[in-house]
Design a protein around this ligand. Structure first.
Ligand SMILES: [Zn+2]
Length: 167
């Protein structure tokens, strides 16, 4: 037996190297000897098992991975898209138009008109930069803004007309 650390020859039954004192139990002879004896069967068993399971796993994984990959690929792509559709943070005009349009339902003309204008700008941004999204938000802003603007103008006109007609 030779020391694995310093290479000095040692008696086979020795547990420590006579030259450097390294432990010989873990020494190479133990490894190679059993490996050559029981090694081949053991690796042979695991090897076929591994090779058998290896093809099976890739085979199963391949369709499995391919199937999820196809839906999975759109999914990661869809996930950001959904977020961007819900909140088109890249299209500030559309987003602000949306918010102003919604708030204009409560506040009327002051926000409805800006919502309309910003919605149009948002649509332009969405048209020039489709990746910015926000078309839906822009349209919501435009619709709500125009509705509230029209309603407010109608109300104002009605009030003005009423007050004028009263005279
Ligand atoms: Zn040694």
């Amino acid at each position: 037996m030779y020391c694995s650390r310093c290479g000095a020859p040692n008696p086979d039954q020795g547990s420590y190297c006579v030259r450097c004192g390294a432990e010989l139990a873990l020494a190479p002879p133990g490894g190679p000897a059993p490996a050559s004896a029981g090694g081949p069967p053991a690796p042979a068993g695991p090897a076929p098992a591994a090779s058998a399971s290896a093809p099976v796993t890739p085979a199963a994984a391949a369709p499995g991975a391919a199937a999820p990959a196809a839906p999975g690929a759109p999914d990661p792509a869809d996930a950001p898209n959904v977020v961007e559709v819900l909140i088109p943070y890249k299209n500030g005009f559309a987003l602000w138009s949306y918010y102003l349009g919604v708030f204009s339902l409560l506040c009327g003309l002051l926000l409805g008109l800006p919502a309309l204008v910003l919605g149009i700008k948002g649509l332009q941004v969405a048209a020039h930069h489709p990746e910015a999204r926000g078309k839906v938000h822009a349209w919501v802003g435009i619709v709500l803004g125009s509705v509230t603007t029209a309603a407010t103008l109608a109300a104002v006109a009605f009030i003005v007309w009423g007050s004028l007609a009263r005279r």
